[in-house]
Design a protein around this ligand. Structure first.
Ligand code: SER
Length: 582
């Protein structure tokens, strides 16, 4: 059975509209590196903003969770997973939500009622016992002693602030033992398979809880887990989600899974996550910060484990595995096939880079531990492994752990910081890339960029298109397609048109819509494939309409005076304008 498709079909039959999975790197939320739950990209809508697809939504969402990265290698942990979810945005509430979950589990997945148990929110000083959910489960035939009331585990929030509410969790009895009469959520034989959150509150950064404008439902079911449960395997990697990837790894290594589980699971899991991160529209590349660092760690850890299984790292083992993963998922995530080349380049680039130093680093590690004092790898060794041999500190820790040793991680952190401070001097004056800054002046430059883009089309050629842009608090830079050097008349005309629009104090408006609608409505954009399926379109009066993540000013009047400082060639057929607001 294709659970993913059955799920969507079922919820569509209940009036839901499928929304596309958002990218794994959140679009407008710098506070998290990756989307970790299906609801994350929906936060603005849970807070009351109307969703362009209506009030009943369902999807399968790509999620990356790396807080348990070191746990990967056991039976159940993964760094990437898919979450099946359905949402009500101020539409249905507990009654339908619970009834449909029950119907899907018992009638579509054919799980016997006896194998199910649930938890409901017991209530606390602020929020009362969730009696409605309790009664609903009873009415559906879940026995009283299969409903546990808990406090701490039945209130869901992503992190420490945001939309939240009591939840009811559904458990499945995964064991050949006889199902006990009384449900104990702490008994490991019961595994949680689905969570229905009734999001009616908002908790702010100070912990103050208020009612949301609407009562919402947010549910989430991990595809990996439900698949393993239904297929009756305890080891997720033996389920149909992983089996064929593991078989490819067995072939490459010429070793059996049995006896080599840990390394094979790590290779399978980490490469799958790396493939999805590398395919993301955010264009993440391995680096030493943020998402790039996670990507680097994943690839390097996979390489290290492949090496421990005697794989010739220089062979194309990683390409074969990545190809398998891409083929397996491309029907559901088109970006994998579209970006196959980029994904394979990311993997091979990082492999070549790491492989150059891996061998030497491992030798350095062995040498260091052979004359070690007191079982602790000191900060200098850890830093040398990082700086000279490219060993992420977590890799050194893992190697140390395997030898029963520890690493002075705190000392490493101090050294790392000192090193960073040294390298920051000199880098300080470098410009920040892309449309990333959100200061007041940078925000003004974002809007000025749209005006300039529109003016060039009017003055120079309607076929001028944006080819790139970069903003710093000091200036804006704008690259556009054009076959000639701008004449001084053209430059002056562009300047005065932009200044005319500024003086007209045009209103800047923002709308969300599907990418398709945006394109059909004539909105301009630079790299259509880099945008998610739901996009934000910014319009300025009726002179400009562009897909953009913002931020922008509310009215053009605040921009001041626009002046072109320089117009020059950037590359063949591309010109570059540097301009300022003064
Ligand atoms: N947000 C909830 C969870 O992640 C339900 O989707 O468990």
């Amino acid at each position: 059975m294709n659970i993913r498709e059955e799920y969507i079909k079922f919820f569509e039959s209940k009036g839901h509209r499928q929304i596309p999975s958002a990218p794994v790197v959140p679009e407008n939320d710098p506070s998290v590196l990756f989307n970790t739950a299906g609801m994350q990209p929906l936060v603005p809508y849970l807070m009351g903003k109307p969703h362009p697809y209506g009030t009943r939504l369902c999807d399968y969402q790509k999620c990356v969770r790396t807080n348990d990265l070191d746990e990967v290698g056991d039976l159940t942990h993964h760094t990437f997973f898919e979450m099946l979810g359905n949402w009500s945005l101020g539409d249905y509430f507990k009654d339908d939500s619970i009834a449909w979950s029950f119907e899907f589990l018992t009638e579509v997945l054919n799980i016997p009622v006896e194998k199910l148990a649930v938890t409901v929110f017991e209530g606390n000083e602020d929020i009362e016992f969730d009696e409605d959910s309790y009664n609903k489960w009873l009415s559906l035939g879940i026995e009283k002693n299969k409903i546990a009331k808990t406090k701490d585990d039945n209130f869901w929030i992503a992190g420490s602030s945001g939309p939240c509410g009591p939840d009811t969790e559904i458990f499945y009895f995964r064991s050949d033992d006889e199902v006990p009469n009384v449900f104990d959520p702490d008994d490991d034989r019961w595994v949680e398979i689905w969570n229905n959150v009734f999001m009616q509150y908002y908790k702010d950064e100070n912990g103050v809880v208020t009612e949301l404008p609407c009562k919402n439902v947010d549910t989430g079911m991990g595809l990996e887990r439900i698949t393993a449960v239904l297929e009756g395997v305890n080891d997720n990697y033996l389920s149909s989600i992983w089996k064929d990837v593991i078989e490819v790894i067995e072939k490459i290594t010429m070793k059996k899974y049995s006896g080599n589980e840990k390394s094979m699971r790590i290779i399978a899991d980490h490469l799958r996550t790396a493939v999805f991160i590398a395919a993301d529209p955010a264009g993440i590349k391995p680096s030493n910060t943020d998402q790039g660092y996670i990507l680097r760690r994943l690839i390097r850890r996979a390489i290290r484990h492949a090496k421990s299984l005697d794989v010739d790292i220089n062979s194309n083992w990683d390409v074969i595995i990545a190809d398998k993963i891409i083929d397996k998922y491309k029907t559901y995530y088109k970006e994998l096939a579209d970006n196959r080349k980029v994904i394979l380049e990311v993997l091979s680039f990082e492999k070549v880079k790491f492989n150059r130093t891996l061998e030497k680093g491992l030798r350095e590690f062995s040498k260091a531990i052979s004359n070690l004092d007191g079982g602790i790898i000191n900060r200098d060794i850890a830093f040398k492994l990082y700086d000279t041999y490219g060993f992420p500190i977590e890799l050194t820790e893992e190697l140390a752990f395997e030898k029963g040793l520890k690493v002075d991680v705190a000392g490493f952190a101090i050294k790392f910081k000192e090193h960073q401070e040294k390298s920051r001097v000199g880098a300080e004056h470098k410009f920040k890339g892309g449309l990333s800054g959100n200061s007041e002046i940078e925000t003004k430059y974002h809007t000025a960029t749209h005006l300039l883009n529109a003016a060039l089309k009017v003055v120079v050629d309607p076929g001028c298109h944006q080819k790139g842009s970069n903003i710093t608090p000091e200036r804006m830079r704008f690259d556009f397609s054009c076959d000639h050097k701008l004449t001084s008349e053209e430059k002056e005309a562009v300047e005065s048109l932009v200044n005319k629009w500024i003086s007209e104090d045009l209103k800047v408006t923002q709308e969300e819509m599907s990418k398709e609608e945006a394109i059909n409505s004539g909105a301009e954009c630079m790299f259509i494939e880099r945008y998610p399926d739901i996009v934000t379109v910014y319009s300025i009066g009726d002179i400009s309409r562009e897909l953009c993540g913002g931020p922008h000013v509310e009215r053009t009047g605040v921009l001041g005076h626009f002046r072109i400082k320089k117009e020059e060639a950037s590359s063949a057929g591309v010109r570059r304008i540097k301009a300022i607001l003064e």
